[in-house]
Design a protein around this ligand. Structure first.
Ligand code: ZN
Length: 150
């Protein structure tokens, strides 16, 4: 017997205490800072994007367990994925934590991010869970030195 909620809680606690990819990235070519004044969560996303692929992804910062766990899970999931994948997963994640119609969500891509589904019941924590994603989006939309002309 195990309680799914407890299991989810364990994953969040584990990722908040031992965040994965928690460091700067020396060869990053994208970087953005995010701040959630409602809670005080602050983080910096570092990424190296080559030919539309997120080759490496890391973060630093401080914040509540939800914000740190969410960023940790996000970096794990998106490393090696394309920018288009990241956008799709972001939309599915956003829908999961804010959307009214849970049945409409394609959660096949969400993987471990599903442990954060419970934040939808706590509106004040939704910004904690989505901060890293908004920061990632800001980093992705930065102009790079190499402009693609296709
Ligand atoms: Zn927070």
């Amino acid at each position: 017997m195990f309680d799914v909620e407890d299991l989810y809680q364990q994953v969040i606690v584990d990722h908040s205490r031992k965040p994965r990819n928690f460091h700067t990235l020396e060869n990053a070519n994208r970087k953005a800072e995010g701040y959630n004044p409602l809670c005080g969560d602050k983080l910096t996303i570092y990424m190296r994007v080559e030919n539309g692929i997120i080759e490496d992804l890391a973060f630093e910062g401080s914040g509540c367990a939800i914000s740190v766990a969410s960023a940790s899970l996000m970096t794990q999931l998106l490393k090696g994925r394309s920018e288009a994948d990241a956008e799709r997963i972001f939309n599915a994640f956003h829908e999961m934590v804010t959307g009214a119609d849970q049945a409409a969500i394609d959660d096949r891509e969400l993987g471990k991010l599903k442990v954060l589904a419970g934040v939808r019941r706590y509106p004040s924590r939704i910004k904690c869970a989505t901060l890293c994603w908004h920061t990632l989006n800001a980093a992705l939309s930065q102009l790079t030195e190499t402009v693609a002309t296709e």
